[in-house]
Ligand binder design. Structure first.
Ligand SMILES: NC(=O)C1=CN([C@@H]2O[C@H](COP(=O)(O)OP(=O)(O)OC[C@H]3O[C@@H](n4cnc5c(N)ncnc54)[C@H](OP(=O)(O)O)[C@@H]3O)[C@@H](O)[C@H]2O)C=CC1
Ligand SMILES: CC(C)(CO)C(=O)C(=O)O
Length: 304
């Protein structure tokens, strides 16, 4: 088993910068940030400001694929994923592990469609939300990368290599035995909270205190649970209770990433949530009227 020495981060935003900062604190020469020429100029000029501290990193364009990259961490929004998949091509070699921190359940298959499943692990970010305004990121340090193969009774080589790096770099992680169940728990939560919060402009506190607001999130989540069952996710009956516990455990003032997108006038990631529930519902002949309606409402909130 060879050690991981070089990490390429794609997407130096609210989530990607948490890990660029952590990895550069561990070893500034181990972390690279993939950019195009325009982003390179912008980052070289402005860097990023993470919790008030300025940072700069080693920026690489696709034309500068002169490093043997062991791990690629993708942290773009959903609308940046296809371009990111094109841009990483020169860095993907046998043995390169690729992890996506995008919300939702669909990005691992999108990566595998392009590069095969061999280097792809399932993953997601959990913890407290991270906020970005232009190049300034604020995060309170509560974060875990949950990752692994679909099943992790024993750890594959890829999982062992990533855990070794994360242990050395002090990156908090969890490798659940049933990774698909973990991924779908987070998905069901996001389908309910992110979408309902975007339309209702609701914080976690609103869902904790207002039963009618929570009831709307539950309707969205129930459809996602039915779809999960049809997709063969084991223990699907755990999905809704887990999501409700998560909602009640969150800091009341926190806002979902989708509410932040709507408030900032940005495109949303409804393609990762309601649209996936509707597509899978159609595949399994499950009615998904709540998600269909929320997709339309959220699309109407996006910039024209
Ligand atoms: N923020 C949060 O609290 C949470 C976010 N997530 C998920 O994490 C993912 C990332 O979200 P977040 O970090 O908030 O998003 P951000 O918009 O803050 O960051 C995305 C970054 O990706 C960059 N980017 C897009 N395309 C490329 C590309 N081809 N090459 C290089 N960089 C690129 C963007 O650059 P530019 O600005 O120049 O376009 C931007 O800096 C999403 O799927 C989100 O749902 C999950 C949990 C919590
Ligand atoms: C981390 C969490 C659960 C915070 O709401 C999230 O995934 C999001 O906002 O998209």
């Amino acid at each position: 088993m060879n050690n991981m020495k070089k990490v390429l981060i794609v997407g130096l935003g609210a989530i990607g910068s948490i890990y660029a900062v952590k990895l550069s604190a561990y070893d500034p020469d181990c972390v690279f940030v993939l950019v195009d020429e325009a982003r390179k100029l912008r980052y070289q000029r402005d860097g990023i400001i993470f919790n008030g501290q300025p940072y700069n990193f080693h920026y690489l364009t696709s034309a500068q694929a002169d490093q043997d990259i062991d791990l690629i961490l993708i942290a773009t929004k959903s609308h940046g994923l296809q371009q990111a998949l094109d841009d990483i091509a020169p860095f993907v070699h046998p043995g390169t592990v690729i992890i996506s921190l995008l919300n939702g359940v669909s990005s691992p298959a999108a990566i595998a469609d392009r590069y095969g499943w061999e280097g792809v692990l399932y993953a997601f970010f959990t913890g407290h939300g991270s906020t970005r305004v232009d190049n300034a990121i604020t995060h309170d340090g509560v974060c875990t990368i949950v990752f692994g193969e679909a099943e992790n009774k024993t750890y594959s080589q890829s999982v062992q290599r990533v855990t070794a790096l994360f242990d050395q770099a002090g990156i908090e992680y969890d490798v659940p035995e049933d990774m698909l169940l973990a991924l779908w728990k987070k998905f069901v939560l996001n389908v309910g909270v992110n979408q309902a919060s975007a339309v209702l402009r609701a914080t976690y506190g609103d869902f904790q205190q207002n039963e009618r607001a929570l009831g709307i999130a539950v309707k969205l989540m129930e459809e996602a649970v039915e779809v999960a069952r049809a997709e063969g996710i084991h223990h699907a009956d755990e999905l809704l209770p887990w999501s409700l516990d998560f909602i009640h455990s969150m800091t009341p003032a926190f806002k979902s990433s989708m509410l932040q997108d709507v408030e900032a006038g940005r495109a949303t990631e409804v393609d990762l949530f309601g649209e996936v529930v509707c597509d899978l519902g159609a595949k399994h002949q499950i009615a998904t009227p709540w998600n269909a309606m929320f997709v339309r409402l959220i699309r109407a909130l996006e910039p024209a």
